[in-house]
Write a new protein. Structure first.
Length: 424
């Protein structure tokens, strides 16, 4: 529905019966200025404390029409970027009042049907040709005439189609809401969209960045790519068998410490606390209480931890005929964000590291204006090793060339910033 449809017919004044053309508006009861969106990443929790439902709120035209809430569950999608884009489209459609047209035509138009797109060429209605969607058709067999009601992409108070009425094929760099539009969010008397290059714009299609309350900044589909589906998983294995001690001269052994002892490792993807251009130093001390270790600043109790630091860069300017401008070419400058992905197994961390390196984009490659992409990781797998107090299990010793009690991956520099780039 977000793609502008092809018209099957043009209706002009000559086709419309005399005195039958009328203008009306969509029902104000159908306006929803606040959208509460729910979606699920998966059908079950990875860990007991994990949430299942994820939510975000979108707002537009609150000041004009008041707070009217629509709660919607996007159960068909499990990727936040797709949910956000789809929800943004419906925010545009449902938070505005649209013009409708009603008219009657003779029998020769009997082949038209509901949901067909037709073009209205009526100078008194609009100075431009307007594509409309047929919502209702009614045939009068006595007079042999057809009554038609159409939805138009023209908002109340305007005379031409709204730019974002069909966002799919609009310029991918154009920002929603349009410049000068102060109706976004909760009705502030200023634009809520930061200008291009401002630190508050964040990245594109990254969950770590600021999410504006008006939704996807770029509702166009022209720059869409096939998303990478990443399935979260966990694994559970039993500890090595411990021979039971039936008892001794002092009496039977208390079995309580041996009950329900399992080792559980899982996959987690925490975000960094803020932008960074350096590798994340991580250390641990095996002599700490409870044999605690850390990877990426996250505690690992009685087991193993492995981490991979990934970096994402947004190209705000590119080399273009020797000048650093937003025009396309090798990246000149832009912010860099770091993430630390932690794993319970080394092979899972290695898979993530191999994937990041294979799909990364260097500063010397060609970048689009405001494009965000992963850049090559600068370090290897981070590792924390500790001895489990129950099983005596230890992580494999070849995880990284550092020993117990030392900092892991210490001193490894971050990615080389592009020319002229100042770290945020």
């Amino acid at each position: 529905m977000s793609r502008e449809p092809s018209s099957v017919r043009t209706i002009s004044e000559d086709d419309i019966l005399l005195s039958s053309f009328k203008e009306s508006l969509s029902d104000t009861n159908d306006i929803y200025t606040t959208h509460k969106i729910t979606y699920q990443k998966g059908g079950a929790r990875l860990h007991e404390v994990d949430p299942i439902d994820f939510r975000f709120f979108l707002k537009y035209n609150v000041k004009k029409y008041g707070t009217r809430i629509l709660e919607d569950n996007f159960y068909t999608y499990n990727l936040s970027s797709i949910v956000l884009k789809s929800a943004t489209f419906w925010l545009i459609r449902k938070s505005n009042v649209w013009k409708k047209v009603e008219f009657k035509v003779p029998m020769r138009h009997i082949d038209l049907d509901v949901t067909d797109c037709i073009t209205i060429n009526i100078a008194q209605f609009s100075s431009t040709l307007v594509k409309c969607i047929i919502e209702q058709m009614q045939f009068d067999p006595v007079q042999n005439i057809i009554s038609i009601v159409c939805w138009t992409p023209i908002r109340i108070g305007e005379t031409s189609p709204y730019f974002w009425a069909w966002p799919s094929q609009q310029n991918q760099l154009t920002i929603w809401p349009l410049p000068g539009d102060i109706n976004g969010g909760a009705g502030y008397d200023f634009e809520v969209t930061p200008p291009i290059g401002h630190i508050l714009t964040g990245g594109q299609d990254n969950e770590d960045q600021l999410q504006l309350i008006t939704g996807d900044q770029h509702p166009s589909d022209l720059d869409d790519t096939v998303p990478t589906l990443f399935c979260e998983f966990s694994e559970t294995f039993d500890p090595k068998d411990i021979d039971p001690n039936i008892g001794d001269a002092d009496g039977p052994l208390d079995p309580e410490p041996l009950i329900n002892e399992t080792i559980t490792t899982g996959l987690e993807t925490p975000m960094s606390d803020g932008p960074s251009t350096g590798a994340l130093d991580t250390g641990f001390n095996a002599k700490d209480d409870d044999k605690q270790a850390e990877v990426c600043g996250h505690p690992i109790y009685g087991g193993c931890g492995f981490g991979v630091v990934r970096y994402f860069h947004m190209s705000t300017t590119q080399h273009n005929n020797g000048a650093c401008v937003c025009g396309g070419g090798k990246s000149c400058s832009g912010p860099i964000w770091s993430f630390c992905n932690t794993f319970g197994t080394k092979w899972a961390a290695q898979m993530m590291l191999d994937y990041a390196r294979a799909n990364a984009k260097t500063f010397a490659d060609n970048w689009d204006c405001m494009e965000t992409h992963e850049i090559p990781p600068s370090g290897n797998i981070l590792s924390a090793r500790s001895e489990d107090p129950i099983t005596g299990h230890r992580c494999d010793s070849d995880a990284v060339g550092e020993g117990i009690g030392t900092e892991v991956n210490s001193g490894v520099p971050g990615p080389t910033a592009p020319e002229g780039f100042t770290p945020p």
